[in-house]
Design a protein around this ligand. Sequence first.
Ligand SMILES: NC(=O)c1ccc[n+]([C@@H]2O[C@H](COP(=O)([O-])OP(=O)(O)OC[C@H]3O[C@@H](n4cnc5c(N)ncnc54)[C@H](O)[C@@H]3O)[C@@H](O)[C@H]2O)c1
Ligand SMILES: O=P(O)(O)OC[C@@H](O)[C@@H](O)[C@H](O)[C@H](O)CO
Length: 508
Amino acid sequence: MLLKRELIQQGKIDEKLISFKGEGLPEKVIQFGEGNFLRAFVEWMFHEMNKKGLFNGKAVAVQPIPFGRAKEINEQDGLYTLILRGIQQGQVIEKKEIITSLSRCINPYENYDELLKCAENPEIKYMISNTTEAGIAYDKEDSLENKPPKSFPGKVTAYLYHRFKHFNGAPDKGMVIIPCELIDRNGDKLKEIVLKLIQDWNLSEEFKEWVEQNCKFLNTLVDRIVTGYSEKDVEKIREEYGYQDKNLDTGEIFHLWVIEGDEKLKEELPFHKAGLNIIWTDDMTPYRTRKVRILNGAHTMTVPTGFLYGIDTVKEAVEHPVIGKYMEKGIYEEIIPSLDLDKKDMLKFANDVVERFKNPFIKHYLIDISLNSTSKFKTRVLPSIIEYVKRKGQLPKILTFSLAALIAFYRGTVIKDGKLIAKRNGEEYEIRDNIEALKFFKNLWNREIKNEDDFKAIVDKVLCHEKFWGQDLREVEGLKATVATYLKQIIERGMEESVAKLVKEKEV
Ligand SMILES: NC(=O)c1ccc[n+]([C@@H]2O[C@H](COP(=O)([O-])OP(=O)(O)OC[C@H]3O[C@@H](n4cnc5c(N)ncnc54)[C@H](O)[C@@H]3O)[C@@H](O)[C@H]2O)c1
Ligand SMILES: O=P(O)(O)OC[C@@H](O)[C@@H](O)[C@H](O)[C@H](O)CO
């Protein structure tokens, strides 16, 4: 029996899972993205507000690409179970609940008019999105003639244009747009692309002014580890509660949403009154830097090293005697000293991150985090290396090693179904990144390696590839030689020996 509204109405679902039925609430939010993260973060927050009568509305999701889970969401009337679990003040906490703040999911590739109809709804004032870092991108080939436009910003532009025309440019029908993508100043970036598309598509000056004056694009930073579901979780729910849930979602208890916005918005969206951890600020930059460099940086520097060591999850990594040490040294001795933020605050954040990584309920696979590692390394790890060198006049050895590990991790020679295939201990694994990056590494490793010079040549090619790093990394003193030495060790002696030696070393 599939989770559906009628099961709740007929009293067939355990009452413990239903704290708020959400019947009859109007749609107030249009949400681009129907992935695990949004459902465990934003929908959960609207649900929490609804419970307390603070929002009284639902979100309607839109599938931003041709493939997704619109069908599954609609089959379950937008309902899904959310399991939040972790350790809080030494106590094991597990909360299971059916979230009722999602009304449905529109697939604009099948029903574009449904999407445009939402733009005509005066009650839908908020737009949320999470389309991954790849989503907020300018596509000069996109067009209003595409129904729907291909890109996410294209869809937003078409949506806003339809709303503008429907309400004859009424100033009070502007939207509050709150993107959650983990890119720097996500709101500003989305706005910039929307304005560019308005120009490309020759839309009226009045529309452009309406967007500029009446639509607010907020910059935000989100933080919660969400890992989706496993078949085991689905099976457990079926056994315990008797229903099947194709949209089950799981995450940690910790959550933080930093939003750049004013008091008026804070009152309109009173997340804080529902006890949620939301920071309204006029500058989100320090929060973003802290999170991306410490938490995401720790993930990205650990993934290739830990994975090639034979470890599969973040929890195993942080608790491993060698890899755990590698990770902590990287965070406390290299990332934090490269940051210009309040020391006490950073240490507290880092300690919490290490605790969060140890969450016994979260199986966060290194191979999943490895997605798009080249661009992640550029934004999440490289700035710490550059800043550390500037401040200390020497290379941070763990982070430098992680670059060598990244090159070793991308040691594949065949591309199959858009993935580069490499081997760990004789077993194949898939490297997922943009196709140019995969081709680059495939060509890079397709050579005979006889001596030290060959490793140097490989590293030279990677470091000078400005498309990855936005700069020529050969200019960082000593980086090429050190990465080449580490890479040679990893390939010739294996990750285990190399990293064990590294964590014992004093200096580079
Ligand atoms: N999972 C987490 O712990 C977590 C935490 C914070 C932030 N995030 C961010 O969320 C993103 C992943 O989201 P998820 O965990 O919900 O994954 P997911 O795969 O469940 O969902 C991804 C969503 O992005 C959309 N999408 C993918 N590529 C797109 C493209 N090119 N254009 C437009 N839309 C596209 C998909 O349709 C889907 O709605 C990451 O980029 C990450 O930065 C994730
Ligand atoms: O989601 P990604 O792929 O951008 O990055 C992987 C993880 O670093 C990330 O999901 C973190 O767990 C998350 O950013 C915590 O808030």
